[in-house]
Ligand binder design. Structure first.
Ligand SMILES: C[S@@+](CC[C@H](N)C(=O)[O-])C[C@H]1O[C@@H](n2cnc3c(N)ncnc32)[C@H](O)[C@@H]1O
Length: 323
C-alpha cells in the first residue's frame, strides 16, 4: 500500500471553502481571527466568527528567514535591517528559553517555523509576527503550509470552527501518548504543553492515549494488508472512527487514499471515487487546493482507472465512506 501521510458515496460537487485571491485572503484575515489572552497558554489566536472547514484564515509573510541554527549575532544582524517597529514587535514575542539562550535567539527558537521545500540542502526557518501567536494543540483545528514560490505561510481550518474557539496547529507529532508529546515539545520548544487534550484528567487522557496508539498501529497494519482488501477496509474504518473521536482530521487523507487503493485494486470504481473525493477534500484543508497532493487526488477522482493498481486483484464490491 502506498501511504500519504502528509496530511468526502457521492461524486457531486465538493464542500471546500477557500479564498481564491489575495483580496479574499486579506478580507478573511481581517474578520476571522484576533489576538486574545488564552490562559494558561499566554496570548493566542481566536476565531471572531464561525469559520468553515478549509477556509484560508491567514497568509503571513515572515519577518525573517534564516537557518534554524542561526546564532544570536546572526539574528541581530538580520534584525538591524528591520524597521524599529518590527524590531519592537519581534522582542515582544514570547521567549521560553529565558536564562538558557540570549534574548534574540530565545525568541527565535520559541517562535520560528520551519519552511520546508524552500531549499532542499539548507532548511530555513521563518519568524512571523501575527502567526507567532498560534499556540500548539494536540487536536489542531488549523493546518499550515509554506508556499515557497510566494514566500508566504498559509493557514487553513481543518474543521468548522465556532466563534470564540482558539485556533491552533500542532508544533509536534500528535500520535504519541501525552507523555511522549509533552516530552517532544519540552525538548524542542522548552515548555509544558497545556492544550485541551494534554489538560484532560488522567482517566480521559488514558483513553485518548490508547486511541492514538491504536491509530499509529493501524497505519502499519493497513499498509501490510496489500492483498487482503476486506481486512484492510475494516482496519481503515476503525482508524477513521478513532481519528474522529480524537479530532485528528489531518491523518484522515492517508486512510482515505488507502481505501481508494483497495477499491481500485478490486475494480470497485464507484466506492473508489467516493474515497478519493474524501482524500481530496482533506488535502485541500491540509495542503491547499493547489498542492501537488490535492491535484493528484483530484485526477484520480476524475479517472480512478488511471491508478497503477487498478484491477490488480479479482473483482468485488467493498464499501464506501460513512457520513
Ligand atoms: C509561538 S508562541 C505562541 C503565542 C504565545 N502564547 C504568546 O503569548 O504570544 C509559543 C509560546 O506559546 C506558549 N504555548 C504555545 N502552545 C502552548 C500550549 N499548548 N501549552 C502551553 N503553552 C503554549 C509557550 O509559552 C510557547 O513558548
Amino acid at each position: 500500500m502506498e501511504h500519504r501521510n502528509s496530511p468526502q458515496a457521492s461524486t457531486s460537487q465538493p464542500s471546500i471553502h477557500s479564498a481564491s485571491s489575495v483580496t479574499d485572503i486579506e478580507e478573511t484575515e481581517e474578520e476571522a481571527l484576533c489576538v486574545q489572552d488564552v490562559p494558561p497558554r499566554g496570548k493566542g489566536l481566536v476565531a471572531t466568527r464561525k469559520i468553515k472547514r478549509g477556509e484560508l484564515l491567514l497568509a503571513d509573510k515572515p519577518l525573517l528567514i534564516l537557518s534554524p541554527l542561526s546564532s544570536n549575532s546572526t539574528l541581530l544582524v538580520a534584525l538591524s535591517r528591520c524597521s524599529r517597529e518590527q524590531q519592537q514587535h519581534f522582542f515582544s514575542l514570547p521567549n521560553s528559553f529565558k536564562g538558557r539562550l540570549l534574548p534574540a535567539q530565545g525568541i527565535f527558537e520559541s517562535n520560528a517555523l520551519l519552511l520546508p521545500g524552500s531549499n532542499s540542502q539548507h532548511e530555513n526557518a521563518g519568524v512571523f509576527l501575527l502567526a507567532s501567536r498560534f499556540n500548539s494543540s494536540c487536536a489542531p483545528n488549523v493546518s499550515k503550509c509554506w508556499n515557497p514560490a510566494l514566500r508566504i505561510m498559509l493557514f487553513r481550518t481543518l474543521r468548522d470552527v465556532q466563534e470564540g474557539e482558539e485556533l491552533c496547529f500542532n508544533y509536534c507529532d500528535v500520535l504519541g501518548t501525552r507523555e511522549q508529546r509533552r516530552e517532544d515539545i519540552m525538548e524542542e520548544r522548552n515548555f509544558l504543553c497545556r492544550c485541551t487534550v494534554c489538560e484532560l484528567d488522567d482517566e480521559q487522557s488514558k483513553v485518548s492515549d490508547e486511541r492514538r496508539k491504536t491509530i499509529s498501529r493501524l497505519f502499519d497494519e493497513v499498509a501490510a494488508c496489500g492483498r487482503e482488501p476486506t481486512l484492510g477496509m475494516r482496519k481503515i474504518k476503525k482508524a477513521l472512527r478513532l481519528l474522529q473521536e480524537e479530532h485528528l482530521v489531518h491523518y484522515e487523507a492517508s486512510f482515505y487514499y488507502d481505501a481508494f487503493q483497495f477499491c481500485i485494486m478490486v475494480s470497485d470504481f464507484m466506492n473508489a471515487k467516493a474515497w478519493i473525493r474524501r482524500a481530496w477534500e482533506v488535502s485541500c484543508c491540509t495542503s491547499g487546493p493547489d498542492s501537488d497532493v490535492a491535484r493528484m487526488f483530484k485526477l484520480y477522482w476524475a479517472n480512478p482507472r488511471a491508478h497503477h493498481l487498478a484491477g490488480t486483484l479479482p473483482k468485488t464490491i467493498l464499501c464506501g465512506p460513512e457520513r
